[in-house]
Structures are given as structure tokens and as C-alpha cells.
Design a binder for this molecule. Structure first.
Ligand code: FMN
Length: 182
């Protein structure tokens, strides 16, 4: 199973990217993940779309379409999605052949605050649901107070968090199988 990882933060020292990289190292057997670049995708503008997709947007659409599943890690910005993540979702959402159709998706959030960015997850479920993506209902993983869970190199040092992420990945593998058209 080829998984596409998408990080909602563009920050070099992003905790979400660090957590996504930790996931990359602990993928269940038979699963591999590459992480998308979304920072170079221009702000969505229908005129750009109509003029012919920018290369970066075309690349993302192809990556989402070809992936067996998409794993999204994101902080919440002001209780909702980051602009980079919403932009990436929007570029991949326009017909024809919108990329989220029937796509298994798993999400988790990481934040420096105590709530672990929980609120972005509900907005993500709402947005992706109406695009006919299938978002794994549980387990929900919220990594709060992230500054204490990663070392200076961005390595995940908190074993409880590692276990939560491992459970999410195991659940995601089963979800992808379950969502496959028969
Ligand atoms: C514009 C902006 C809005 C933010 N809003 C929230 C918020 O609503 N809730 C929260 O827990 N953290 C919020 N934060 C703090 C982020 O959770 C924190 O910066 C986090 O480390 C970002 O994730 P990253 O490390 O992956 O970049 C906000 C940060 C920014 C820049």
C-alpha cells in the first residue's frame, strides 16, 4: 500500500512534520509512505486552474489520486485548517476527476497547546466527507504539548505518542482494505 503523507504546516521545524516522519519509520508491514510537498502550490485561483494546472498542483493531484490512502497531519490555526492544507485540498478537489473521491484518509493533529489541535480534525472530516473521501473514524490521535514530545532534532521521544500513532497506522491499514471496492 502506497500512502501519501500531507503535512498542514510549512514550518521547517514543524512538530506535525516530525510526527509524520515518525510514522514513516513505523509503517505496518506492506505499507510505505512518501510525504508530499505542498508549500510550492500557488494560492488557489480559478483563473490559474482554467489556464492549465500549475505543475505543483498537477503533481499533488496525481499523488493523491494514485495513493492507496492519504495520511494528514496538521496543526489547527485559529481553531481550523491551515491555509496551506486547505489550499492543497482545494486544488485536488476540482472536477474533472477530483482526487479525493473514495480516498481512504487518516488524520491526526499536533499542537503546542493542550488540545493537540483537536478542532482542525472536525473541520477536516466535514470538508473531506463532502468530497466523498472516507476518513477513518477512530482512533482519534491528538498530540498536545508537542514541545515536550520531540527532541531538538525533531525525533519523537514520547513512547505513549508513538503507541497512539502505531495504533492509528494499524487501523488505517485495515480501513484501506475495508474501503476497497469489491
Ligand atoms: C496563525 C496561527 C494560529 C494558531 N492557532 C492555534 C489554535 O487555534 N490552536 C492551537 O492549539 N494552536 C494554534 N497555533 C499554534 C500552533 O499549534 C503551533 O504553532 C504548532 O506548533 C504548529 O504546528 P507545527 O509545529 O507543525 O508547525 C497557531 C499558530 C499560528 C501560526
Amino acid at each position: 500500500m502506497q500512502i501519501l503523507g500531507i503535512c498542514g504546516s510549512l514550518r521547517k521545524a514543524s512538530f506535525n512534520m516530525a510526527a509524520l516522519r515518525a510514522c514513516q519509520e513505523m509503517m505496518p508491514q506492506g505499507m510505505a509512505m512518501k510525504i508530499a510537498t505542498i508549500g510550492d502550490i500557488p494560492m488557489f485561483n480559478q483563473d490559474l486552474f482554467d489556464a492549465g494546472l500549475p505543475e505543483s498542483a498537477k503533481r499533488l493531484r496525481t499523488e493523491v489520486t494514485e495513493a492507496d490512502g492519504v495520511l494528514i497531519a496538521s496543526p489547527e490555526y485559529n481553531f481550523s485548517l491551515t491555509p496551506a492544507l486547505k489550499n492543497a485540498i482545494d486544488w485536488a478537489s476540482r472536477p474533472p476527476n477530483q482526487s479525493w473521491q473514495d480516498k481512504p484518509v487518516a488524520i491526526f493533529s499536533t499542537s503546542a497547546g493542550p488540545m493537540g489541535g483537536a478542532r482542525v480534525q472536525y473541520d477536516l472530516r466535514r470538508i473531506l466527507g463532502q468530497l466523498w473521501a472516507h476518513v477513518l473514524p477512530r482512533p482519534e490521535v491528538f498530540i498536545g504539548m508537542a514541545q515536550g514530545k520531540f527532541d531538538a532534532q525533531g525525533k519523537l521521544t514520547d513512547e505513549t505518542t508513538r503507541k497512539f500513532l502505531a495504533d492509528l497506522l494499524t487501523g488505517f491499514k485495515a480501513w484501506i482494505v475495508r474501503m476497497k471496492p469489491r
